[in-house]
Design a binder for this molecule. Structure first.
Ligand code: UDP
Length: 489
């Protein structure tokens, strides 16, 4: 009998920005004929399952969702304000549940939708689920390949957290005299990264238990047998080289969305509907269709960031005062504080000629639209990479986790945008929007177009990400073959 196709268990961290790239990778692997058991938390599973029929993944008989409890009661919030609880419960209950699940998958073959599912051969786990996956690897001899959904640069910074503590570079306090001093203990970033640009977990205001969580995950993650990153060689080559000092195998396979499209060019919807946990409002595309080329600034702060009513008002006035048309994603949970949805009254006025507001947009389609000329973003890694891929310059307003590192790279390494870090008064917003949309900084224009071309090149035949995904597929096949050989001996 022919060897079965590899069966891989995939374990994302339960948040939009982590699930989406993991689902895209799942789709690429399904396309290569793999079986994928995609393990969400019950909470995410209940959201996703409603839309599963619309997902391109539903066409693959070798794909299935499984789920485990995250350990929190169903009504417990799971947004950024209560992330600490989620971290704690995932590390305790989630860990036990994941181990039990793997044991049950190893114990017997499953029959699902008339397909036989043999035992899995390896796990692809989110880097910040390493405490769940690595112990299983060691106890049950199941190789783990870690998928860190951050940039290579930010991943590299996280590997220096202990060093940053030792050298007393962190914690960083807003108002520290030397907040703009360069951090010199991270190879390759000595001339770029200031204390101000370090991840938000390095700040005094952030609960120290969150830093502890990331220290623990990062230390476990080192023991994985390979590292997957959603980035591409030409964007972060020097840092990727550094990461090879930790992992013998580093698979840079991004931009995943472009890779997916290039691998499935026979299917125009491939990947398009994958991974959004919210309902997209597509009316904004019709609005964009009516706007002149490159005239619109698209504004979105991702799926997790929350802001105060004052901050959103500053953005609102800044955008209006800039005189530029804008498309703004205001999630119902974007603002904390007063009023229905927490929105100040001024912003409650519905869409007018100049501005269009939606609660969730088909972001990649928006960024690729010819009317969009700039992106005011929170600098989440997916958003940053999506913008780079289609050559849209950015204004960065980073707040949490990896965003401050990303925005520094955007403005000072790749030169594909400008960074308004740490201040969002209306005059700054207005000035930044004008600079981006009017000044047409030549260096930024050149760099955005250069990196968009390199991104596309990387996923085409012979490109670095194209070769790396094939390497990953081959490596997993050889893990499966070794397992099969052991069984038959
Ligand atoms: N996104 C979207 N529609 C929106 C806003 C965001 O589809 O209205 C998607 C976006 O394309 C990206 C993801 O949500 O893939 C957000 O991930 P990112 O890493 O940028 O930020 P996070 O949400 O993790 O802070």
């Amino acid at each position: 009998m022919a060897n079965p196709q590899p069966h891989v268990v995939m374990l994302p961290f339960p948040a939009q920005g982590h699930i989406k790239p993991m689902l895209m990778l799942a789709e690429v692997l399904c396309h290569a004929g793999f079986r994928i058991s995609f393990v969400n938390t019950d909470h995410i599973h209940n959201i996703i399952v409603e839309n599963i029929d619309k997902s391109p993944l539903s066409q693959f008989p070798g794909f299935r969702f499984l789920s485990i409890p995250d350990g929190l009661p169903p009504e417990h919030p799971r947004d950024s304000s209560s992330i600490k609880d989620l971290f704690t419960s995932i590390n305790s209950t989630g860990k036990i549940m994941f181990r039990d699940l793997i044991i049950s998958l190893l114990r017997r073959d499953d029959l699902e939708r008339e397909e036989i599912w043999h035992a899995p051969c390896c796990i692809i786990a989110d880097g910040i689920m390493s405490t769940l996956a690595i112990d299983v690897e060691e106890e049950l001899e199941m190789p783990v390949i870690t998928f860190r959904t951050y940039s290579a640069t930010c991943t590299w910074v996280y590997f220096h957290l202990e060093k940053l503590i030792e050298q007393k570079e962190i914690p960083v306090r807003e108002g520290d005299e030397d907040i703009d001093r360069l951090v010199t203990c991270i190879t390759e970033l000595e001339k770029v990264l200031r204390r101000r640009d370090l991840p938000s977990i390095c700040r005094c205001e952030v609960d120290p238990s969150i830093l502890k969580f990331f220290l623990e995950q990062t230390s476990k993650m080192r023991r994985a047998s390979g590292l997957i990153l959603n980035t591409f060689e030409d964007l972060e080559a020097p840092i990727i080289r550094q990461l090879h000092s930790i992992y013998s195998k580093v698979y840079t396979i991004g931009p995943l969305q472009a890779l997916l499209k290039s691998q499935m060019d026979d299917s125009p919807v491939a990947g398009a509907a994958t991974g959004s946990l919210r309902q997209e409002d597509r009316t904004c595309i019709a609005w964009l269709d009516k706007q002149p080329a490159k005239s619109v600034i698209y504004v979105s702060f991702g799926s997790v960031v929350v802001m105060s009513p004052d901050q959103i008002l500053e953005f609102w006035h800044g955008l209006i005062n800039s005189g530029k048309p804008f498309l703004w994603v205001i999630r119902p949970d974007l603002v904390f504080g007063n009023g229905p949805n927490g929105l100040p009254e001024e912003i409650m006025c519905p869409t007018n000629e100049r501005g269009y507001v939606v609660s969730w947009a088909p972001q990649e389609e928006v960024l690729a639209h010819c009317a969009v000329g700039g992106f005011l973003t929170h600098s989440g890694w997916n958003s940053t990479l999506e913008s780079i891929t289609v050559g849209v310059p950015m204004i960065c307003w980073p707040l949490i986790v990896d965003q401050k590192v990303n925005s520094r790279c955007v403005s000072d390494i790749w030169r594909v945008g400008i960074d308004m870090k740490d201040s969002c008064d209306r005059s700054t917003v207005e000035r930044m929007v004008r600079v981006l949309m009017e000044d047409k900084d030549e260096e930024i224009a050149k760099s955005t177009s250069k990196f968009a071309n390199l991104a596309q090149k990387s996923v085409r035949e012979g490109g670095s990400s194209f070769c790396n995904i094939n390497k990953l597929i081959e490596d997993i096949r050889s893990i499966q073959s070794k397992k099969d050989d052991c069984k038959t001996k």
